[in-house]
Write a protein that binds this ligand. Structure first.
Ligand code: CP3
Length: 341
C-alpha cells in the first residue's frame, strides 16, 4: 500500500510513494474533453461546481492517484479582484484591463466570484474516499501579478519584471492585495474541505536573486505565516518553478511544509542540499512521460531512489502535456507502484 499523501506532507517516510500529477484533470483525458465540450468554455466548467467536482474526480477514478486537486485556475484570483477573464481558444488566458495601462484602484473587487470554488471543494470532499487527499491551491503573488500586469502570458515575464523595477511601490501594493485575497481564498478552501494547499509559482525562475527575495520569498512567507495562524495543521506545498539554486533559501525562509521540484532539478542534489526531513514533491519530466518507453521507467526509478528515506510524493516537474497517451500514465504508475526490494 502506498502511504497517504497527507501523512507524507506531515513528514512520514514510506517506501511506496503517494502519487498525483500536476494538471491531472485536463485535456489528455477523453472524459474531460467530453464534459468540457458539453459545458462550453473552460470558465463555464470551473463555475459549474457539480461539473468541476466531476472533473476533479475523473483522474482519481481512472488512475487511483493518492491526491485529488481542485479543478479551477490560478486566474480566478484576478477575476475576483475585478479584472475580466477570458480563455481564448489556442491563445490562452486574457485579463483586462491590464495593469500596464490602468491603476490598481480602478478595479472593483468581486469577492462572490470565489464562492462557487468553495462549493466545488465541498462537493468533491463528499464524494472522495478518505484515503485520497484533497488539495486546494492558489497561484503565488508573483506569478499571478505577471498575468495581471501584462493581461496575458508574456515572454520571460518582461512586462511585470520591468514594472516591478520602474515602480516598486505600486507593484508592492499589487502584491500585497494579491496576498490578502489569497489568504482569504485558501482559508475558504480549507474550511470547505481542502486538506492541504499548493502555491503555484510558475514564473519564479525569471527573477534576479534580490527580486526573488522581495517578490517570491517575502510574499509566500507572509501567506504561510497567516495561514499557520488560522489553520496550523494544514500543510502548505510551495512550488517555485525554476528557482534552482535558490530552493534551499526558499524552503528555509518561507516556512512551507513541503517543496515542489521542477524537472530541471537534479534529485540527488535536492536530497543533499534541502533541509533534512523536508517533504519533497516531484520531479519527473512531463516530456519523458509523453515519450514513454524503457527510459521512462528508468527515470522514475532514479527519482524514487534519490528520495529514499525522505518524505516524498511522486509528481511531475510541471503540468502533464495534453498529448500524453493514457497508456504512458498507466505504465508510469505501474513502475512506481511495483513492490520495492
Ligand atoms: O492541476 C489540475 O489538474 C488542477 C487544475 C489547474 C488548472 N490550471 C486547470 C487548467 C491548475 C492547478 C492550474 C494552474 C495554473 N493555471 C497555472 C500554474 C501551473 C502551471 O501550469 O504553470 C497557470 C500558470 C495557469 C494559467 C493558465 N490556465 C494558462 C496559462 C492556461 C492556458 C494554457 C493551457 O494549458 O491551455 C490555463 C487554462 C487551463 N487551466 C486549462 C486547464 C485544464 C486548459 C483549459 C481548457 O480546457 O482549454
Amino acid at each position: 500500500m502506498p502511504g497517504s499523501l497527507l501523512e507524507t506532507l506531515k513528514g512520514k517516510v514510506t517506501s511506496q510513494r503517494p502519487v498525483w500529477l500536476m494538471r491531472q484533470a485536463g485535456r489528455y483525458l477523453p472524459e474531460y474533453r467530453a464534459l468540457r465540450a458539453e459545458k462550453g468554455g473552460f470558465l463555464d466548467l470551473v463555475y459549474d461546481s457539480a461539473a468541476a467536482a466531476e472533473v476533479t474526480l475523473q483522474p482519481i477514478r481512472r488512475f487511483g492517484f493518492e491526491g485529488a486537486i481542485l479543478f479551477s485556475d490560478i486566474l480566478i484570483v484576478p477575476y475576483a479582484m475585478g479584472q475580466d477573464l477570458r480563455f481564448v481558444a489556442g491563445e490562452g488566458p486574457r485579463l483586462s484591463p491590464t495593469l500596464v495601462d490602468h491603476a490598481l484602484d480602478e478595479l472593483s473587487a468581486v469577492p462572490e466570484r470565489l464562492e462557487p470554488i468553495y462549493r466545488t471543494v465541498t462537493m468533491v470532499k463528499e464524494q472522495l474516499s478518505s484515503e485520497t487527499t484533497l488539495l486546494g491551491f492558489a497561484g503565488s503573488p508573483w506569478t499571478v501579478a505577471t498575468y495581471m500586469v501584462a493581461g496575458q502570458g508574456s515572454r520571460d515575464q518582461h512586462i511585470a519584471r520591468k514594472q516591478a523595477y520602474a515602480d516598486p511601490q505600486a507593484f508592492g501594493e499589487l502584491i500585497q492585495q494579491i496576498i490578502d485575497i489569497t489568504v482569504t481564498y485558501l482559508r475558504g478552501q480549507i474550511d470547505a474541505g481542502a486538506e492541504a494547499v499548493q502555491l503555484f509559482d510558475s514564473w519564479a525562475g525569471s527573477l534576479s536573486p534580490a527580486q526573488f527575495e522581495r517578490w517570491v520569498i517575502a510574499p509566500n512567507a507572509q501567506i504561510v505565516e497567516r495561514l499557520k495562524e488560522s489553520h496550523p495543521d494544514t500543510p502548505i506545498i510551495g512550488f517555485p518553478k525554476g528557482a534552482g539554486a535558490k530552493l534551499p533559501a526558499y524552503a528555509r525562509e518561507t516556512g512551507v511544509d513541503a517543496l515542489g521540484l521542477d524537472e530541471t532539478i537534479n534529485p540527488e542534489w535536492a536530497a543533499r542540499e534541502l533541509p533534512d526531513n523536508l517533504p519533497v514533491q516531484g520531479n519527473f519530466d512531463p516530456l519523458l512521460l509523453l515519450a514513454g518507453g524503457a527510459e521512462m521507467e528508468q527515470g522514475a526509478r532514479r527519482i524514487l531512489s534519490a528520495f529514499e528515506g525522505r518524505p516524498h510524493i511522486f509528481n511531475l516537474g510541471h503540468g502533464i502535456d495534453k498529448e500524453t497517451p493514457i497508456a504512458h500514465v498507466e505504465a508510469l504508475l505501474a513502475a512506481i507502484r511495483q513492490p520495492q526490494g
